[in-house]
Write a protein that binds this ligand. Sequence first.
Ligand code: SF4
Length: 294
Amino acid sequence: MSKKLYISKPYGFCFGVKNALNIVEKVIISHPNNKIYVFNEIVHNKTIVNKLEKQNVFFTKNPKDIPDKSIVIFSAHGVSPLFRAQLQEKQAKIFDATCPLVQKVHDKVKKFSTLGYHIIYICQKNHDEAIGVIAENPHNISIVENITDIEKIQKGYEKYTILTQTTLNMFEVEKIFLAIKKSIPNVEFPEKKDLCFTTTTRQEATEKNSKKCDLFLVVGSANSSNSKKLQSIAKKNTNSYLIDTYMEIKNEWLEDANSIFLTSGASAPESLIIEIINFLCSEHGYIFVDEQSS
Ligand code: SF4
């Protein structure tokens, strides 16, 4: 029996990542003699970050690392208002690569707070995106990472609304929504969740395709929220691993794997997917079938 390798689509960069990388590329070209500072990793992918570090790009989470009048790029995950203000004070030349979908959540925090709502924010509180969003109005936000956090939501507000980190597991978010509904009757649910389109379409494809294979590989870095969520969804249905490159694939994973599905998180370059396809086909005898789509 021939061993088959399929691709779970969509994969590769999302528009927010493409936009951020275009900005970095343009800034590098237009400032050839300057050190360029990026707050946080521009996107959470080791391969990209390592490559940019060789091009005079310096990644930091500490404003103290950034001298006055520097060139600074904000990452796709966004930044806190305090960091923005600190950089303005330093007279930095700022290029903002915040994904517009993340920016939308920042804007909603401000809008709903002004309208008198208390905000329930479903997120992973230590993720860069969540740190920036929470900092918009920390005293008016109750953080919910899982169902048990619902009991910690601040009581006594007349109006509540819910916001979500863009890259969470849509199936888990749904469960948390239902639990909040039971516990807080006066909560107003948003017409549309803040989960981004890239996240939901990949998660739906992952849920479907991971049921059809012996092994589901997700290309992405361990600190990439959307990549981790894909692997956690696939893991419920089959063997699944998160890998940065083909070099992390272990022979034992392939022993009983007659069919493999491969996908990537939104910040993983397509070149890594191609390397994996080449590796599995040339070194392990898989036949690549490019016909499955979401
Ligand atoms: S995953 Fe979604 S929210 Fe994150 S950068 Fe891409 S498009 Fe924007």
